[in-house]
Design a protein around this ligand. Structure first.
Ligand SMILES: [Zn+2]
Ligand SMILES: [Zn+2]
Length: 211
């Protein structure tokens, strides 16, 4: 096999490896730790607010992903196959998979779906947020949830109004009719202090927010 083909294979394998990393990190290093450590805490705060914005933690994540690729995957697969190109290909696929995940996750929170994949991804991910945070740990792909028995497909996602994504709502704060097939709004739009405290406690326990 030519080196180019081998490197392409390695890239695809690295991407696949990322999707497993996405599942394992999200489930075990974020939800199962209930806020212990910066990664878990920051992720559960993401559940408290259910929004997305650029923060210094995005830079930390990129550094972490780069270090794992450069210091673990590259030497490991170089050693296993005797090819530096394979080692670098796996690391590049791993980092690319992370980039795809970051992009898709941010878009899901910021913009409505534009096709079957982005529609599926949103229903899958917002069920994780609002229906059952211990299901659907994969974000960009469903297969590891299927393998580990945590895949759930809700008929409709029940979204608390106070946490609703902007793209879901019209100017009056009501559900846009084009999304009514996949989503419904529950509860009130404003959160008092008690609700805010409860949202935080439930997010850190990996329990869905109350209506
Ligand atoms: Zn999210
Ligand atoms: Zn989560």
């Amino acid at each position: 096999m030519t080196t180019l083909l081998l490197t392409l294979f390695a890239f695809a394998f690295g991407w696949l490896l990322w999707t497993l990393g996405e599942y394992v990190l999200h489930r075990f290093a974020m939800h199962e730790l209930h806020g212990k450590g910066i990664m878990s805490r920051e992720h559960l705060l993401h559940h408290v607010r259910a929004d997305w914005h650029l923060a210094y933690t995005n830079v930390l994540s990129w550094i972490g992903v780069g270090l794992v690729g450069g210091l673990i995957w590259t030497p490991l697969f170089w050693y296993l196959t005797g090819s530096l190109a394979v080692g670098l290909g796996v690391a590049a696929g791993w980092a690319f998979g992370y980039g795809v995940y970051e992009y898709c996750h941010a878009q899901a929170h910021l913009r409505g779906p534009s096709g079957p994949y982005s529609r599926w991804l949103r229903v899958h991910h917002f069920h994780h947020h609002f229906g059952h945070p211990m299901s659907n740990h994969g974000v960009s792909v469903p297969w590891w949830d299927r393998v580990f028995g945590t895949l759930e497909r809700p008929e409709r996602v029940r979204v608390p109004r106070r946490l609703a994504m902007g793209w879901l709502l019209d100017d009056d704060g009501e559900l846009r009719p084009e999304w009514a097939h996949d989503y419904e709004l529950v509860g009130s739009a404003t959160a008092d202090e008690r609700t805010a405290a409860l949202d935080k406690a439930r997010a850190f326990a990996s329990v869905a927010p109350a209506d």
